[in-house]
Design a protein around this ligand. Structure first.
Ligand code: FES
Length: 65
């Protein structure tokens, strides 16, 4: 996927929560495969069982940033 210079992608950093990406994005996973995702919530606590996506585990482990 190529991002043209007019595109603005937004990522919100929310306290004690995942990264909230706004828009449709192509993710390249650790195994090299790609996957399209719309408005994904990306884990930043490290506890998700479904990385790179948030699965709500941050709340269970009491993630604080
Ligand atoms: S941020 Fe939600 S599981 Fe990691």
């Amino acid at each position: 996927m190529n991002m043209n210079n007019d595109s603005v992608w937004r990522i919100k950093v929310v306290p004690n929560a995942p990264l909230l990406v706004e828009g449709k994005v192509e993710l390249t996973l650790a195994d090299g495969t790609t996957q399209m995702a719309e408005n994904p919530h990306l884990c930043r606590c490290g506890a998700s069982k479904n990385k790179p996506f948030c699965d709500g585990s941050h709340a269970k482990i009491g993630f604080k940033d």
